[in-house]
Design a protein around this ligand. Structure first.
Ligand code: HEC
Length: 79
C-alpha cells in the first residue's frame, strides 16, 4: 500500500529519504493518543516544519481509509 500510494518515493521504514524514516516518526509520537488523527490529517493536506524545512506535499489522491491504515502501521514501527 505504501508503494502504491507513492509514500515510498520519500519515506522508508528505517532511513531518511526526503521525509523522515517511519521508525523515527513512530518514536516521536509514541504515547501520543492524538497522533493517529493528527498525522492522518497531515498526510492528506501536507505540511512542514516538524522535521525540517522540506514540506510534505498533500496526498489528496489517497483514500481516507488508506491513510488511516498507513498511519496506524507507521505508529507500530518502533525500534
Ligand atoms: C514528496 C515527498 C513525500 C511524499 C510523496 C510523502 N511524504 Fe510524508 N513527509 C515528507 C516530508 C518532507 C515530511 C516532513 C514534514 C515536516 O517536517 O513537517 C514528511 C512527514 C511525514 C509524516 C510525519 C508528519 C509529522 O507531522 O510528524 C508522516 C506520518 C508521513 N510523512 C507519512 C506519509 C505517507 C503515509 C505518505 C503517502 C500517502 C507520504 N508521507 C508521502 C515527504 C513526503
Amino acid at each position: 500500500m505504501m508503494q502504491k500510494d507513492g509514500c515510498g518515493a520519500c519515506h522508508a521504514v528505517d532511513k531518511k529519504i526526503v521525509g523522515p524514516a517511519y521508525q523515527d516518526v513512530a518514536a516521536k509520537y509514541k504515547g501520543d493518543a492524538g497522533a493517529l488523527a493528527k498525522l492522518s490529517q497531515k498526510v492528506k493536506t501536507g505540511g512542514a516544519g516538524v522535521w525540517g524545512p522540506v514540506p510534505m506535499p498533500p496526498n489528496p489522491q489517497v483514500a481516507d481509509g488508506d491513510i488511516k491504515a498507513l498511519v496506524s502501521w507507521i505508529l507500530t514501527l518502533k525500534k
